[in-house]
Design a protein around this ligand. Structure first.
Ligand SMILES: [Zn+2]
Length: 201
């Protein structure tokens, strides 16, 4: 699996292509900005490796603790964080829930302190309307985030496939055979399986 720095480099090198292809296809600078911005954010900060202590996680700075429950509940490189569509969708839902909790908190305080008359219905309607009014923009942003996350997952997968290929040749690319072989040797040697420590990737 490539290191955090390699992932960053892949993201930055791929950015002109992502932006170029989007502009070529849409002829819209708005869409291009959103896709490219989403791609950068998805690749550098909002990617699959938020499921572990990673560069992406560290980039959240003072706010990084918000990803601790996410890390606790997901195995590193699990399908739920590294899988296509599902990874980005889950992270967005996760962040959305946190923001909603924050909004509840802020709204309650604002109502108490300044007697604000904003209600939940108002807030819900505003969010709903913006989702409908700016649906193309949201889709472009999601696409960017997803592309950023997928460039990560793809390089993770191809990186480990390449490593297996170097070690075992073509056989290393066939997961079932590899698993069987591993079980036989570890039983034969009667060695306890080393604890799988989480590593940065
Ligand atoms: Zn990863």
């Amino acid at each position: 699996m490539p290191s955090g720095r390699t992932h960053d480099r892949i993201t930055l090198y791929a950015l002109p292509f992502v932006a170029g292809i989007t502009f070529w296809q849409t002829r819209s600078s708005n869409a291009t900005l959103l896709v490219a911005g989403g791609f950068l954010f998805g690749g550098l900060m909002f990617g699959p490796d938020l499921d572990i202590y990673s560069v992406q996680y560290q980039r959240w700075g003072l706010l990084r603790w918000i990803w601790l429950p996410y890390q606790k509940s997901l195995r590193h490189r699990s399908f739920l964080s590294h899988g296509p569509i599902i990874g980005t969708t889950l992270r967005l839902l996760y962040l959305g829930c946190l923001l909603a909790i924050l909004a509840i908190f802020a709204l309650t305080i604002a109502q108490k302190l300044w007697n604000l008359s904003i209600t939940w219905q108002d807030l819900g309607r505003t969010v709903g309307r913006s989702l409908i009014d700016y649906d193309t923009e949201y889709v472009a942003l999601f696409l960017g985030l997803e592309l950023g996350a997928m460039s990560h997952s793809l390089s993770d997968w191809s990186g480990s496939a390449y490593k297996r290929f170097q070690k075992q040749g073509i056989r290393g690319l066939l997961p079932s055979i590899k698993i069987k072989k591993h079980q036989v040797t570890s039983r034969g040697k009667r060695r306890s399986k080393p604890r799988n420590t989480k590593s940065r990737s």
